[in-house]
Structures are given as structure tokens and as C-alpha cells.
Design a binder for this molecule. Structure first.
Ligand code: C2E
Ligand code: MG
Ligand code: MG
Ligand code: MG
Length: 287
């Protein structure tokens, strides 16, 4: 409700200069407190990564995972990313947090590779501000080098909203990352602007269809033509197409028949702790 209060205040503020509403004051206080606690969290190392398995439609097996950050304050409840990633992004703290995520994910991919004797690529979400850092490509290179991880074991998920800042620079950076050998994916595809115009210029490997196109598919069949068009678009560009947020058998079957390559969602698995993810890889039948 803080968000909707913010929205109301903004809307009212546009016409009436209503800046000092009590609601807005509350939001600012809440903001500052999140910011303060977030700084502490970085020092106290209160972040953990959970891993959501991705399933290959052809084999029905796990062929990688997405790393998803969680904030676990001491003695408090787990805080989901939507509550702090935007604050981290606005304050610049995302640069430090993002660098930690990258190193941690590379370390995990390396560990799995050693223990299982096969590659389990890990995908990391990269925020717009993090992507735009002058030394971003270098930081990816050094995260890989620090654990001697082959670049194809790291995937970067980038949203279309990153593009609006500076399209030219965006594409240049993608090329540098591609040259490094990491795998690149457009996340939340279909929700951003100008995706169609630019897509052919992006040296990416994968499209992740936004969850909103999959959600409630059975109850909302009107979503099908759009979903089908996105899958066809990705495939015709030679990209792997991944559906996220798949929750039901119905959604699974439809996406499979559409020719989608990979699935991620509660239907297959929720995001897991690092240990649970590893157990799933070792004893797939039990989980
Ligand atoms: P995303 O990258 O699109 O990640 C997918 C989100 O969908 C995750 O939420 C995941 O738990 C959720 N999800 C997966 N399957 C299902 C499903 O079947 N049904 C439903 N309802 N949800 C599903 P989560 O973990 O809360 O993350 C939300 C967003 O926060 C992510 O969206 C990503 O944009 C951001 N995020 C997470 N970790 C990081 C990170 O390390 N760095 C940055 N910059 N952003 C992150
Ligand atoms: Mg993602
Ligand atoms: Mg997404
Ligand atoms: Mg759903």
C-alpha cells in the first residue's frame, strides 16, 4: 500500500503541489529506514541466493538455474527482492550488491561443476544501473576468473528497461559480453518498449517471456495469440525461448506444444536454497 500511496501523492502533486501529505512523509521515512538497513545488510552480509531450476522441455531435466537474491535480516523475516532492489538501484547500492551476487553465483556454478562433473549454468539478474557501470564487463570477467569458471556457465539476464538509457551503449556492452563468452538473455520480454525494433541487433541467446503472458492461461485464452507470437518471434530469430512463471500442467502443455525450449516456474520447482538445489541435482527423484 506504500506504493499506491506514493502513486496517489505523485498524482495529486502534479496538479496541486501537495508535497507534504502525511502519506508521503511516511513513505520517505520508510524509504530512509530501508536504505539505512540495506547499508547495514551489506556490511553484515545478510544476503543469500536461492536457485530456481530451469527445466529443458526435451529431456524434462534440470539444465540450469536462476539465482534470486533474498535478504535475511538477523532474527527477522526473509525480505523479497521487490522490497529492496528498487531502493538499491536508486541509491547505487545495487553496484555492490550486484557484484556480490555475481561472485556468489560464479562460486556456486564452479562448486556444482566440481561436485557433479557436469555444467549447470547459473543465470544472474543484472539491473540497469549495474549494467551501465563503466567497468561492468571487467567485473564479469574477474568474477569468472576468480573461480576459473568457463564463461558459458554464467548467464546474464537483462531487462528491456536497461535499453532505454542509452541504446547504442547497451548494444555495445552486449557485444563485449558476448565476446567474453557468457550467455545473454532478455528477461521479462514483451513488457518493455521498442523491443521489436531492436531485437535483431541484440547479440543475445535467449528470450525469457514475461510471466504475465503465461499467468492464468487457461482462464484467459485471449493471451494465447500473444504468447504464441512471442514464441514464434524468438524461434524465428534463432533464440532459445524460455517461459517463466509456469504454474500449471495446462500452461506446461501449451508452451511445450508451442515449441518453447525451457520452462521455469512453480509447476516444476519453486526457488530453492542452495543446499536443496544441490540435492535436487543429485537425487532428482526424491524432490
Ligand atoms: P525475475 O528475474 O523475472 O525473476 C522471476 C521471479 O518470478 C522470481 O521472483 C521468482 O521467484 C518468481 N517466480 C518463478 N516462478 C514463478 C511462478 O510459477 N509463479 C509466480 N507467481 N512467480 C514465480 P523473486 O525471486 O521475488 O524476484 C523478483 C525480481 O527481483 C526478479 O524478477 C528480478 O527482477 C529481481 N531480482 C531477484 N534477484 C535479483 C538479483 O540478484 N539482482 C537484481 N538486480 N535483481 C534481482
Ligand atoms: Mg530473471
Ligand atoms: Mg522475469
Ligand atoms: Mg500462473
Amino acid at each position: 500500500h506504500a506504493d499506491s500511496a506514493m502513486y496517489e501523492a505523485k498524482r495529486a502533486g502534479r496538479n496541486n503541489l501537495q508535497f507534504y501529505t502525511p502519506a508521503l512523509n511516511d513513505i520517505l521515512i520508510e524509504r530512509l529506514s530501508v536504505e539505512y538497513r540495506l547499508r547495514q545488510a551489506i556490511e553484515r552480509k545478510e544476503f543469500v541466493l536461492h536457485y530456481q531450476p530451469k527445466m529443458d522441455f526435451l529431456t524434462g531435466k534440470v539444465n540450469g538455474a536462476e539465482a534470486l537474491i533474498r535478504w535475511q535480516p538477523e532474527g527477522g523475516e526473509m525480505i523479497p527482492p521487490f522490497k529492496f532492489i528498487p531502493v538499491a538501484e536508486e541509491t547505487g547500492m545495487i553496484e555492490e550488491i550486484g557484484a556480490w551476487v555475481m561472485r556468489e553465483a560464479c562460486a556456486k556454478a564452479h562448486e556444482l561443476r566440481e561436485r557433479l562433473g557436469r555444467d549447470i549454468p547459473i543465470a544472474v539478474n543484472v539491473s540497469p544501473r549495474q549494467f551501465g557501470q563503466p567497468h561492468f564487463v571487467e567485473s564479469v570477467r574477474s568474477a569468472l576468473a576468480s573461480v576459473d569458471l568457463p564463461p558459458h556457465c554464467l548467464e546474464l539476464e537483462i531487462t528491456e528497461s536497461t535499453l532505454v538509457l542509452d541504446a547504442r551503449k547497451f548494444v555495445d556492452t552486449l557485444h563485449e559480453l558476448k565476446a567474453l563468452g557468457v550467455c545473454l538473455a532478455i528477461d521479462d520480454f514483451g513488457t518493455g518498449y521498442s523491443s521489436m525494433a531492436y531485437l535483431k541487433d541484440f547479440p543475445v541467446d535467449r528470450l525469457k517471456i514475461d510471466r504475465s503472458f503465461v499467468d492464468n492461461l487457461e482462464q484467459e485464452p485471449a493471451k494465447k495469440p500473444i504468447l504464441n507470437a512471442i514464441v514464434a518471434l524468438g524461434r524465428s530469430l534463432g533464440l532459445k525461448v524460455i517461459a517463466e512463471g509456469v504454474e500449471t500442467r495446462y500452461e506446461h502443455d501449451h508452451l511445450r506444444s508451442m515449441g518453447c525450449d525451457e520452462l521455469q516456474g512453480y509447476f516444476f520447482s519453486r526457488p530453492l536454497t542452495s543446499e536443496a538445489f544441490e540435492r535436487l541435482l543429485i537425487e532428482p527423484a526424491i524432490v
